[in-house]
Design a protein around this ligand. Structure first.
Ligand code: 1GP
Length: 238
């Protein structure tokens, strides 16, 4: 197991920060010192080398593990602890499964720190999210269809992460449970609409790692409250 694969094993709670959105120093300090396990830097639009590198240098002041979720080949900044590479499993557009990835390898070749990379098998299920629009994801999947995607990622592709992504709204619990049962080897990340302790507990009972994004920018106190809620919740496994 690689060092980064081992590192994510201990991640129960993660804040996702968008380089294209403003966050005050006071709020950033609170987020980084909240007891969260890591900061994931990423966004679907407006991510540049400059704003990514600025956010990384600000986060590095606090010593919390920091990973980049690569969404734009022009914004790959060195210095992160890990690089998460999304592969969207429920899009008909191969660009988001292998196309950009192949171009990245062609472009960066020998400079790629392979030992720091982690592929994420994304299942994108909120039709109103920027990521769904960008990738053309088929968000109308049933619970069983989403679970089939998870099986492909977990077993056929042997990806280290399955990421159930509802960005912007809380997920369908039946789907979350069905996907949970389909994942045996990968770490299951859940993200979307976790806006306080109640959703944080529910998500933490069904996923290995809970990702909290938007609420940081609208209600910092509620965002911070998700850390303890996740940490105090046991993962439910049948
Ligand atoms: C987004 O999964 C993350 O990529 C978190 O979702 O912003 O809705 O918390 P929210």
């Amino acid at each position: 197991m690689t060092v980064v694969r081992q590192m994510i094993e201990s991640w129960r709670h993660v804040f996702k920060l968008d380089p294209d959105r403003d966050i005050s120093e006071e709020e950033l300090r609170a987020v980084c010192q909240s007891g969260t396990d890591a900061i994931l830097v990423g966004g679907s639009t407006g991510v540049t080398y400059e704003n990514t590198s600025l956010l990384l240098s600000r986060i590095q002041d606090y010593g919390v593990p920091c990973a980049l979720e690569v969404s734009d080949l022009t914004a790959v900044v060195p210095g992160f602890d890990a690089y998460m590479i999304p592969m969207v499993l429920n899009t008909p557009d191969p660009a988001w499964i292998i196309g950009h990835h192949r171009r990245g390898v062609e472009r960066y070749g020998d400079f790629i720190p392979w030992e720091l990379l982690l592929a994420e098998g994304y299942i994108v299920l909120n039709e109103n999210s920027a990521v769904a629009r960008l990738t053309g994801a088929d968000t109308g999947l049933s619970a069983d269809e989403a679970a089939a995607c998870a099986h492909v990622a977990d077993k056929l592709m042997a990806l280290p992460i399955v990421y159930l992504e509802y960005s912007g709204s809380f997920g369908d619990v039946e789907t979350m449970k069905t996907v949970r049962d389909a994942v045996s080897h990968a770490r299951l990340f859940y993200g979307g609409g976790v806006a306080g302790p109640e959703q944080a507990q529910l998500a933490a009972s069904l996923a290995d790692t809970v990702v909290v994004g938007n609420i940081v920018y609208s209600d910092i106190e509620r965002a911070l409250s998700t850390v303890e809620a996740v940490k105090q919740t046991a993962l439910f496994k049948e």
